[in-house]
Design a protein around this ligand. Sequence first.
Ligand SMILES: [Mn+2]
Length: 440
Amino acid sequence: MNINLTEFKARRQKLIASMSEGIAIIHTAPEVFRNRDSHYPFRFDSYFYYLTGFKEPESVVILIAGSAPKSILFCRDKDIEREIWDGFRYGADAARETFGFDEAYSINELDTVVLKLLANQAKLYFSLGESATWDARVTAWLNALRAQTRSGVSAPAEVYDLRQLVDEMRLYKSPYEIDLMRRSANIAANAHNRAMQFAKPNMMEYEVEAEFLHEFYRKGAQAPAYTSIVAGGANACTLHYSANNAKLNDGDLLLIDAGCELDGYASDITRTFPVNGKFSAAQKDIYTLVLTAQHAAIAQVNIANHWNAPHEAALDVLIQGFIDLKLCKGSKDAVLETGDYRQFYMHRTGHWLGLDVHDAGEYKAPKSNDTPAQWRMLEANMMLTVEPGCYIRPADNVPEHFWNIGIRIEDDVLVTSHGCDVLTLKAAKSVADIEDVMQR
Ligand SMILES: [Mn+2]
């Protein structure tokens, strides 16, 4: 296995530098039973993975800041008997060497070693509240140290949320991360094109979903980045539709929100296309509106703008369109003010993207006591999605030819020093390109 040692070491060093003093404890995710003897596929914790590159369950990394900085891994023992059943494990020694830690121990030694490491540290960085099990375990360690006060041992007096420091780091993607995310985006974009070529009237939604799994796995992605939404016709108006078990009707649209995870990094793409390969007039009206809104939003992704500028641009286009198409009544300002547009567009226009599909990072700049929080400025190497949509459920105030049209168009966008870079352009998007791909 090829580990980018420099990358992961640099992340740990950067976090240690921003801690300035104290100790950080970061555990990976628990294994979860699906049913008797059978686990859900294991997915490491994103914070733990970000700092280690280590994918095995039952692992903890401890970082020590200050005059003698150190990174220490705790992991499962080498165990030939277990490896016969479950597969390869590094064991402490090989993991230390391969992943570039200063020290490594068996996870079975954590409770004893951690007390020595925690003793007399001023600050503890930990994701308090993330896991009740770990909260209790860390609390027990702190109490064990407090019980030794009379022998001159002290427990950390201050506990900080580790995530605040790491979230800021995760928000800015390194060249290594950008390269991975480009590859993740490419796999997903090709899968969307594949689905457009595959889908036909009278197929089931899950048949199209299977095309995504096929394309993801054969290109080396380890998993879908989230539960794929494959929503034909009216199902597209259910934002988090996941049943994927209905028939695709001639004349309906098919909305697919699907992306993959490659070495931990997510892609997140939505495309909407006609099941029979040809947009109807009403479908084309709404599709063109959403696409225009998306173009307007993407045009706002640059370092001169704050986080909310793309959303505001999309909303401006959508509201004008809703008025023109007689979906909303009144002036643009009035529709914005009353929020009447929410009948058709009820979500925001994007989110950060990275290890998590809804990635870590604040959307507003830290507030001080006297100024309210402001949307943070976009900066180079931030990665976000741009995904306006329009969902029209049957209603008395809606022209009937628009009923059950649900459309979302979503791309993954990197903020650059001179504008932005859309990573997912390969997935057909214009009416002409979609109809063309579907002909082939
Ligand atoms: Mn998304």
